[in-house]
Design a protein around this ligand. Sequence first.
Ligand code: UD1
Length: 366
Amino acid sequence: MLSITFIAGARPNFMKIAPLIHAVRDQQEQGASLSYRLVHTGQHYDEKLSETFFRQLNIPQPDANLEVGSGSHAVQTASIMVKFEEELNTHHADVVVVVGDVNSTLACSIVAKKMHKQVVHVEAGIRSFDLTMPEEINRMVTDAIADHFFTTSDYANSNLQKAGVEKERIHFVGNTMIDTLLANQDRLRKPEVADELSLEEKGYLVLTLHRPANVDEQEKLAETLRAIVENVSGKPVIFPVHPRTAAVLKNIGQKYDNLHFVEPLGYLEFIYLIKNSFGVITDSGGIQEETTVLQVPCLTLRDNTERPETVEIGTNVLVGTSIPAIEKEVARLNAGEYKKGRIPELWDGQAAKRIISKLMDLYGGN
Ligand code: UD1
C-alpha cells in the first residue's frame, strides 16, 4: 500500500490540491493500493480564505489540521515544522506531496526530507529570480531538496535542468490550478456584488493586490488605486480585499465612487467575476494563469513574473509598479487595446491525473 500525505496551507494551495485528491480517490475506486492523508497546516484559517474553498471544491475535511495560524515568517514556518514532525511521527507516509510556494510548502518539505520521506513538488521549477519575495525563497529551497518535480511549463523544466536536476526527475504534466478552473466552469456562481452594483458583462474591472511590495506602504497603495480608478472612464472597479490589504486600506479610506471594496470571495464567485470582466489587475501568481485560460486581459503589477508563459503566450502584461506605467496600461486596456492570447501546452484539465498515475509508476500502488 502506497501512503501519500498531501499538504495544503493557504488559499492558492486549495485549488491545486483539490484535483489531486479527486484523482487519488478515482484510483482508489478502481482498486489501486493507495492511501492518503490530507494535512491542512492552518496557515490560512479564516472561513473566507479556507473553509469556503474546501466546501466549494469538494475537498474532504483534512485528516489533520495543524492550526498554526498567523505569525512572522520565522514563527509561522517554525510552528508548521514542529507540528508536521509530530504528524509524520504518528502517521506513516511514503511520499509527501507539496504544492506551490507558500510557507507551508517550504516547512513541510524540509521536515519530510529530514525524516527520509520522498518529497514531491507540484508546480516545481518556476522562478521570479526576485529574492525579496518570500515565495521565491520557498520555491528555491523546496526544489533544492525535492525528489520529483511536476511542472507546468517548459520554462520551469529548463530552470530545474539549469539547477542540475536530472531529466528523469522532472515531469511536465500541466497545471493543477487549471484542472480546477476547467472542472468548475459549469458551477460558477454570480456573486452578490454583481447584482448589488448591476454589473454589466465586460463592463467592469477586477482588482486584487496583496503583495507586501504593493500594499504595505500606505502612500504607494493610495497612488496605485488612483492610477487605476482615474483611467477607466468611471467604470466600476471591484476589489476583493485580502486581510493583509484590508489593514492598510482602513487608513486610506474610500475616495472614489467607482471603486468598490468587497470581502474575499469564494472560488466559484471569484472566477465568475473575472470571467465576465473586461480585465483584471493583480499582483497574484495564480490569477495570471486563470486569466490566460479564460482569455481575459490581465495587467500584472509586479516587476517580474515566475509565470512568463502567461505573458509570452497568454493574455498577461507585466506592467511593473511605477505609477506612469500603471496609468498608461490601464488606459490602453480601457480603450480596448489588448493582445489576444493562446492557452499554454497541457493546461487541459488533466494534470492531476497525470501526476497520480506517475506517482504510482514511481512508487507503486498499482
Ligand atoms: C500567503 C502566501 C502567498 C499567497 C497568499 C494568498 C506565503 C509566504 N505567502 O500570503 O504566497 O499568495 O497567501 O492569500 O506563504 N490572515 C488572516 N486570515 C487568514 C490568514 C491570514 O486574517 O486566514 C492575515 C494574517 O494575520 C496576516 C496576513 O493576513 O496579517 C497575511 O497572512 P499570511 O498567511 O502571513 O500571508 P499572505 O499574505 O496571506
